[in-house]
Ligand binder design. Structure first.
Ligand code: MLC
Ligand code: AMP
Length: 502
């Protein structure tokens, strides 16, 4: 094949007038219409001077057009770099600079804020709004609705997804065509997807879950998606009767369970509910089954690896577990110090290997070496064990990470900013249980000698710099941070303090 990812996801649908996207307003976009739009965008990107291997960054609202930009990148060999719409201009500056993106596509509302970033990095800036208008669309309108697909090999990079690290510096995970393709093919089979499936899609498309799992799986299966701009309870309830499957983060399921309209009748026709990106409480799994008769299928993945393990489609879906290694994926539990494999039932670090595992971090060979072993095993940073039934259980993390509503938040990034604020000597950021988001962010501060930190001013500084979902929901001043004999901050004590407050 000339371009395996394009041919398998998109090209094979050429000429099909079957529905691909069902929109909230009742209109439908066919596979063929979607491909024509894709070709026009690919033409526009070439017209702007982008060549295969260039990076294209997008920070735009979810829409059929924004999905077509992804397809256009695949068709023209451009590396797709989607960014969370909540990121501030300050956060974006780093991603653009680090990736060397040639083009940035943004909403017209953020054009003024992002112009200086684009100028400083010599990046071309174009707009595309959720209603489909914008300077990129204007350009695309003048392009032919067919495009000669650029040849690529399976090893060529298809996307960079940025993921933060324990040092506070984000790393661009390089995902090849093969990484994406092998995983999506496996998932189609494992979860029994077919062209009869209609996936209720309310996830963002700037992360692995909404883009590479939900979208790629639907495309390979030849099915369609009810493509909602975001998670909205009323919209989900309205559209569920037309869907056969849904994928979501645990917050989706707890919110649905909190709504009396979410009943057995409403979900009776559904084939499958899938959860991932954060731990699904065993209690949510059980309550969901009691209410609907469905066992949510929980799976485990990450940005660097796509999906690693999954509960079975036909066998028992066990609450509190993430199931078995997917076909073609090896999972082992190792001792964090020696790297030796541990026996079943013993907690250790989770390592994975397979065609799904990424190629490394963009221009960070040392970081890559720290996490990706020479033999191909990737050290996930998650801690787990294989239980007596052979199912993988994730029991904790070896990395300092908070997951809120399926978004990863690295405390270090927030601590570095808090430490810089006037009147602050040092800080520590921890996650605390939250009924809706799973976890939420709390900041602890120690005042500099004879200083009184201005908490309002600090909150304003945080707001200017970091996406809203990373903001500490509370800032607490302490006389000192609890430390062990090695001088390491004992975050477990801080978390216990918060638990004691309740
Ligand atoms: C929004 N807010 C959040 C938040 N999302 N706060 C913490 N964590 C989040 N995830 C804040 C907003 O800033 C706002 O704050 C308030 O909550 C309400 O905002 P909203 O826009 O109305 O929120 P809502 O639309 O309800 O979004 C919540 C959500 C959304 C859970 C539906 O975050 C979501 O779709 N999450 C999915 C993330 C995802 O796809 N992760 C996959 C990563 S891939 P205020 O105070 O201003 O009101 C991965 C690999 C794998 O992990 O295995 O899949
Ligand atoms: P990300 O970097 O956003 O891809 O997040 C990946 C992380 O999400 C993993 O390393 C896990 O810590 C977590 N994760 C994903 N799926 C699950 C799950 N089903 N249960 C628990 N944690 C999960």
């Amino acid at each position: 094949m000339a371009n395996p990812l394009y041919d398998t996801l998109f090209g094979c649908h050429a000429g099909r007038d079957t529905p691909f996207l069902h929109l909230a307003d009742g209109t439908t976009i066919s596979h063929d219409d979607f491909l024509r739009t894709t070709a026009q965008f690919a033409g526009a990107l070439r017209h702007l001077g982008l060549a295969p291997g260039d990076r294209l960054a997008v920070q735009i609202a979810k829409s059929p057009q924004s999905l077509a930009i992804y397809a256009a990148c695949v068709q023209s060999g451009i590396i797709f770099l989607p960014l969370n719409t909540a990121y501030t201009a300050n956060e974006l500056a780093y991603f653009i600079d680090n990736s060397g993106a040639r083009l940035l596509v943004c909403d017209s509302a953020s054009q003024t804020a992002l112009s200086p970033v684009a100028q400083a990095t010599k990046t071309i800036l174009v707009t595309l709004d959720s209603d489909g208008s914008g300077s990129l669309r204007d350009l695309a309108d003048n392009m032919p609705d067919s495009f000669d697909t650029v040849a690529r090999t399976s090893d060529d990079p298809a996307a960079f997804l940025y993921t933060s690290g324990t040092t506070g510096r984000s790393k661009g995970a390089m995902l090849s065509q093969e990484n994406l393709l092998s995983n999506a093919r496996t998932l189609v089979e494992y979860w029994h997807f077919s062209d009869r499936d209609v996936l209720l899609h309310a996830l963002p498309i700037f992360h692995t879950h909404g883009l590479f799992v939900a979208t790629n799986v639907t495309l390979i299966a030849g099915g369609s998606m009810i493509f909602l701009p975001k998670f909205d309870l009323d919209q989900i309830i309205t559209h569920l009767p037309q869907a056969t499957t849904m994928m979501g983060v645990p917050t989706f399921y707890t919110r649905l369970l909190n709504d009396a309209r979410f009943s057995r009748e409403l979900t009776q026709h559904m084939r499958l509910f899938i959860s991932g990106s954060a731990p699904l409480l065993a209690e949510t799994h059980t309550t969901f089954h009691d209410r609907t008769g469905h066992h949510i299928l929980e799976r485990y993945g990450m940005t660097e690896t796509n999906m690693n393990t999954s509960n079975p489609y036909d066998g028992a879906r066990r609450a509190g577990t993430v199931g078995f290694p997917l076909p073609g994926v090896e999972v082992k539990i190792t001792d964090a110090t020696t790297g030796d494999s541990l026996s079943d039932g013993t907690i250790g670090q989770i390592e994975v290997r397979g065609a799904n595992v990424f190629k490394g971090y963009w221009q960070m060979p040392e970081k890559t070496r720290e996490e990706l072993r020479e033999d191909g095993f990737f050290i996930t940073g998650d801690l787990g064990l294989v239980d007596e039934h052979g199912y993988l259980q994730i029991v904790g993390r070896n990395k300092d990470l908070i997951i809120a509503g399926g978004y990863n938040i690295y405390p270090k990034e927030i601590e570095l900013l808090l430490d810089d604020q006037p009147g602050v000597l040092e800080s520590a950021v921890v996650g605390t249980p939250h009924p809706d988001f799973g976890e939420s962010v709390i900041g602890f501060l120690v005042a500099a000698p004879d200083a009184t930190p201005d908490l309002d001013a600090i909150a304003r500084a945080v707001a200017a710099s970091l996406a809203r979902f990373k903001h500490p929901r509370e800032l607490i001043i302490l006389a000192e941070l609890p430390r062990n004999t090695m001088g390491k901050v004992q975050k477990n004590i801080l978390r216990d303090m918060l638990a004691g407050d309740k």
